[in-house]
Ligand binder design. Structure first.
Ligand code: MG
Length: 388
């Protein structure tokens, strides 16, 4: 299907930081997607926590499977809205590259360690990974991705950080955080697809772990209405199958809602091209309708309260935080323990943060055992749940 005029066009990219000649057979955004898939930070996502620590069970989402689900949802919606699918895929697969081990607990700990040295934020770190930290090309650091992919990766950015980026990077990738503009529709879409993906898979993982009960989840209208419909239509269906079918319907409802609401918003604003999208005064055009937006907020609040702040999750995240704090202190006090590539950098504290942020959960635990002699974090066994 032909790309819509408001979609990003790989032939009209704002370009790469280091100019490279085009190649045959692949568009600029396909190249970006391929560079992301082949980079080592992408492979490490498989051993990084989404919500549950990576070693708590083999069926829980990891950052890698989460990123694949975001890419799949975002591509479906992109196709329906005639957006640029390759760009969407590149952004979705790269969006979590900067995450620390141990999920948000790891990020909070690293941010605390870096308080006097500029802080730590995973979105900024994702951009650092693709701009600087991957070392695989002979003449530049990073993956040298197109502006549009980098713009999508940098989905949040504090004003202070945007000023710092603007100072050293003439591409303007953080300019919208200073001027109030919007990113491309493809970037807006990945943002929303991220939310749709984790809302659904965290219900699945939460129930699997036994930390959420189906009775609790069925009380949340966005999920509950599908759950009750499935139970009525299929009496005696095993709970696991009913859960999957309910989540499948919930995802479908949200995807259709985004397509409808966004198509209307795009038609009303009628941006002439991708640049007009960036200057659009109506804000993001990729959106839920008002009812679905409220339902999604309600589901997020439920997950925050019942799952992310569950005492069992909090206990393991507290242990994970102490692993990151210990590692940071150890590398700070014994820089010889850092690999030369990090040890030899002048910005020592940032180098330590980059090194720790790149670790997988299990590598961080092994380093902790090696350097601190403390036993690896053993999470309390998860109980209950409704099986695979
Ligand atoms: Mg994500």
């Amino acid at each position: 299907m032909e790309r819509a005029p408001y979609a990003s066009d790989p032939a009209r990219t704002r370009g790469r930081r280091h100019p490279e000649p085009p190649v045959q057979m692949r568009s600029e955004f396909q190249r970006d997607r391929d560079r992301v898939v082949h980079c080592s930070a992408f492979r490490r996502l498989v051993y990084k926590t989404q919500v549950f620590l990576n070693h708590e069970g083999d069926l829980f989402r990891t950052r890698l499977t989460h990123s694949l689900e975001v890419a799949q949802l975002a591509r479906s919606i992109a196709r329906a809205l005639r957006l640029e699918e390759d760009l969407v895929e590149a952004i979705a697969l790269a969006h979590d590259l900067g995450h620390t081990p141990f999920g948000h607990a790891g990020q909070d700990a690293l941010n605390a360690c870096m308080r006097d040295h500029g802080g730590f934020e995973h979105n900024l770190q994702s951009l650092r990974v693709v701009d600087e930290l991957e070392h695989r090309y002979p003449t530049f650091d990073g993956l040298n991705l197109c502006f549009e992919t980098r713009e999508g990766i940098l989905k949040h950015c504090a004003r202070r950080s945007a000023l710092a980026i603007a100072e050293r990077d003439p591409s303007g990738v953080a300019a919208r955080f200073l001027t109030g503009g919007q990113p491309s529709l493809e970037a807006q879409l990945c943002n929303l697809a991220d939310e749709i993906a984790y809302n659904a898979h965290d219900i699945d993982d939460g129930v699997r772990s036994g930390l959420l009960t189906l009775e609790q989840v069925a009380d949340v209208p966005l999920f509950g209405r599908h759950w009750h419909a499935v139970r009525n239509e299929h009496a005696g269906l095993p709970q696991r199958r009913a859960l999957y079918e309910s989540l499948r319907r919930m995802l479908g409802e949200q995807v259709h809602d985004v397509v409808d609401a966004s198509a209307k918003a795009i038609a009303a604003a009628s941006p002439r091209d991708a640049e007009a999208v960036r200057a659009c005064p109506e804000g993001p055009l990729i959106r839920f309708g008002p009812q679905m937006a409220a339902a999604s907020v309600e589901l997020k609040a439920f997950l925050m309260h019942r799952l992310y702040r569950h005492p069992s999750v909090m206990a393991t995240t507290a242990q994970a935080r102490s692993v990151v704090h210990d590692l940071f202190a150890c590398y700070r006090d014994q820089p010889d323990q850092l690999p030369p590539r990090y040890r030899d950098r002048e910005d020592r504290m940032r180098a330590i943060a980059d090194y720790i942020a790149g670790m997988t959960d299990r590598f961080a635990l092994r380093e902790h055992l090696r350097l601190c002699g403390a036993p690896a974090v053993q999470p309390p066994p998860l109980s209950g749940g409704i099986g695979p």
